[in-house]
Design a binder for this molecule. Sequence first.
Ligand code: C5P
Length: 409
Amino acid sequence: MLNKKTIILGVTGGIAAYKAADLASKLIQSGASVRVIMTRNAQEFITPLTFEAITSSAVVTDMFQTAAEHRINHIALAEIADAVLIAPATADIMAKLATGIADDMLTTTVLATRAPVILAPSMHTQMYQNPVTQENESRLKARGFYIIPPATGRLASGGYGPGRLPDTEVIIGHLKAVLGRSGDLAGMNIIVTAGGTQEPIDPVRVITNRSSGKMGYAIAEAARDRGARVTLISAPVSIPAPPVVDIIRVETAVQMKEAVQRAVSGADALIMAAAVADFQARDIAENKIKKEKGNLTLELTGTPDILAELNGDFLKIGFAAESQDLLENAQRKLIAKKLDLIVANNITEENSGFGSDTNKVTLIDKNGVVQNLPLLSKREVADRILDQVVRLLNLKKSNNNPAQKNTPA
Ligand code: C5P
């Protein structure tokens, strides 16, 4: 998604300026072309040489020197930008941009660009919370600037609070969300579930499964990058939450059902990648069950089938993780649960299914097999599933408006 995109990275003079080197590096590794503009103050914290080495491009530090030496100017940079990302953004740059001051390469480039401008404010908490900074931030937002909320934590200046530059992955997540705003899922509201539910048997023990959540998280990220508004309903997992995705954390199948029920109103698609427990303890012991008891017999009852029980004006997409008779079982579930699409997942294949970073799946709809995909990364599988979501949403739209189908262009 960042491949071949041109990102103008503006670095201003804050203590977090050194973190912009990691950001530049990760952007380059993602295939982006990065041009760095540094303010004079930024150069007190980190040298242009660092960015030149990382980006293999001249770093722009001063308007007149640069124009003469590199034959580039603010207009040229403004025009080639797919996005301008200012990280870290000081209170000073926010004030300048909020009032339209353009007195150096960064501010003139921002003024001249039509590309989205993203700011990652980073400063001492009191400075950030100062009404002047807050007012500047509101003004910037009102003018269409995208603000990445600062992270909360320990600050270099001492103290604790909002003002830290978020982690590189979080900044890149926001950048992708902005770049994806006009994607093929723009305006769509997509609900994704992920992870393996945990069904308690006593205060310390649970029944769960080997789901890592990676497939569902990859779908949530991919949908975000294609412009969708994404709600991720997640059972406990040990992977980080994707930025710019609303995350609702649940533990049990019953909790997941309640969360999905609330989330689907107004949704365009529900993608159930979660491995929902099929059984729960009939009675949850109030105290830890003692091992002195010797053998233990647990009585289990069924859990609600979330997908089967929920119907509405949204696409229903399910997964079938099977160890035998893959296609037959998947097709049966597609019909039984009234799904629009099922992702049949052979969990006995090597590097496929639970826990791995890759997956081998077959996509099946009401008319039969749509695609038999080779072993792919979970992110690629996510995008192929979303291709089908786009197709099915378009199909639904044209079925709902049959007149449009016959209207001559
Ligand atoms: O467990 P099963 O193979 O029936 O799961 C197929 C699909 O149904 C999956 O998408 C899973 O998320 C969903 N499911 C559910 N509620 C359950 C069990 C499974 O929504 N109790």
